[in-house]
Design a protein around this ligand. Structure first.
Ligand SMILES: Nc1ncnc2c1ncn2[C@@H]1O[C@H](COP(=O)(O)OP(=O)(O)OP(=O)(O)O)[C@@H](O)[C@H]1O
Ligand SMILES: O=C(O)C1=C[C@@H](O)[C@@H](O)[C@H](O)C1
Ligand SMILES: [Mg+2]
Length: 169
């Protein structure tokens, strides 16, 4: 059964899942959970180091475990990592946690937001690989989502308000 008082945010790196999630949780009196943050807390290490030491596969395994472990949580906003849709087995788990909102952003907008970012191993790849990754994931985000919110040219506050309207309707 879907937990309707959770809200799950998915989307590419830099789409705003963490920034929007934090504010949305505050404004709607929910508990904020960030899967990337949870993985870093559990391992006591940074995401770039986890990628270095365990490879992307090791990180994905941890990500799935952390996602599954949330199954009893209620009244939360769950901000996922950008690659949560990479494993098909996560798709049903996402939907079980609550309504899934896909935060969309264009490659240009993401590039502006993540200029000089070094905390995301997959964003450090050459531009063509980053573009291909976004193109590859786009249909998968859409497939996994109940709602899509385009965040281009919108402030974090605008996006939060749009999600609030969607969950009320
Ligand atoms: N709507 C927005 N307008 C302007 N800047 C934004 C917006 N959303 C996010 N940002 C900025 O983009 C950067 C990345 O945002 P954030 O960390 O929330 O992305 P994310 O989706 O959680 O990424 P990841 O998948 O890597 O966790 C931050 O500096 C944030 O302030
Ligand atoms: O898009 C991705 O694959 C990632 C996004 C981040 O949130 C982190 O989960 C990590 O850097 C991988
Ligand atoms: Mg984040």
């Amino acid at each position: 059964m879907q937990h309707m008082n959770n809200i799950v945010l998915i989307g590419f790196m830099g789409s705003g899942k963490s920034s929007v999630g934090k504010l949305l949780a505050e404004q709607t009196h929910r508990t904020y959970i960030d899967l990337d943050q949870k993985i870093e807390e559990d391992t006591g290490d940074t995401i770039p180091n986890i990628f270095k030491n365990e490879g992307e596969e090791g990180f994905r395994k941890r990500e799935t475990e952390v996602l599954r472990a949330l199954s009893s949580r209620e009244g939360t906003v769950i901000s996922t990592g950008g690659g949560i849709v990479e494993r098909k087995e996560n798709h049903d788990v996402l939907k079980e946690h609550g309504p899934v909102i896909y935060l969309h952003a264009s490659f240009e907008e993401i590039s502006a937001r993540l200029e000089d970012d070094e905390s995301r191993p997959l964003w450090s790849k050459p531009e063509v690989e980053r573009k291909n990754l976004l193109e590859k994931r786009l249909p998968v985000y859409k497939e996994c989502a109940d709602e899509l919110v385009n965040t281009d040219h919108k402030s974090i506050n605008d996006v939060v308000n749009e999600i609030e309207s969607l969950i009320k309707s």
